[in-house]
Design a protein around this ligand. Sequence first.
Ligand SMILES: Cc1ncc(COP(=O)(O)O)c(C=O)c1O
Length: 356
Amino acid sequence: MHIFRKDLEQKKPVNVNVPHKKVMMCLNESTLNPFKTLRREFLANLEKVELNRYYQPVTDELKAELTEYVGHGLKTENIFFGNGADEMIYYIFVAVREHSNSFAVSPAPSYFDYKSYSGAVGLDIKFLSLDAEFDFDEAEYMKLLEEDNCKLGILCNPNNPTGNTFDAEKLHRIISGTSKPIMMDETYFEFSGITFADYLDKYPNLLIVRSFSKAFSGAGLRFGYMLSSAYNIEQIRKVQTVFNSSLLIQTMVLTMLQNRDVMLAHTDMVVKERDQLLKAMQEIDEVKVYPSYTNFLTFSLGVNSDSFFNYLQDNEIAIRDVGAHPVLKECLRVTIGSKEQNSMFLKHLKGFVKGL
Ligand SMILES: Cc1ncc(COP(=O)(O)O)c(C=O)c1O
């Protein structure tokens, strides 16, 4: 007997399937702990907040500070925030789904959890495979997008787990060529410096999703936001839970934004480290590594990828196997860590390759 929706029987509960090792280079997290970095400033801000209240002025302060950080002439009514980019994605899915035949379209492989959340709200996803250059067929994408039951176009830019950005002109053509909503996932924006936020005025169907988990080092904090027209934000707010963002988190995020030089200096370091590691990996004949606009590198050792993955595990380093999709067959993904971690990873890679 079903007491819940029948289709839930076919689904699996959310499960982050990664090994837990001493050195975690598998979930595109940061090595900087924001609380340790900004403890004094955070506690000083927290003194002013009454956690016994639902609403506190910190919410307005944060909206103002975040709006200033985002720039591009946007106003507080163009911004909505909550529990990670994930919650923003979830709300968009809830808001676009019309009926059980509704679907979204996305290039693949892309962010794994689009599928989890669309499934949760009963929205199907049709995936369009990337080619060997990690590009997708624009005409095919538009064809799916323009089908009656298609309710949303997803574009992850830069894309996880391939690390590339798509051609900007192509993205402009897609967004302007449809009246369907387009969700642009800019979770890795700060590592690429590429954004469509400047075009929100021009494109009433564009919703941009961003995260504090990557460049702002706050994966465990859970904070993300959405940028769109005031009208779209108002519609999305009709599906939110009322107090969807904890005052504790808001206070921490406010502190991070007030001290963004410190937080983003770390991101600059990650970008430099990424480019150095990329160069070093490109010099190893046995390794195929892809350029990246994110905080990770996707690479392959061909048939030896599997044993390298296990070899790293034996050495207490966890990276991610992203080889499930045929386009990334035998591919692995390593998150850029601290200088020491990156050197250790490279040392192990060179050692492993020597032994082949
Ligand atoms: C492309 C993409 N979107 C969204 C997310 C979720 O971000 P958050 O931690 O802010 O929920 C991730 C996390 O890895 C991601 O890679």
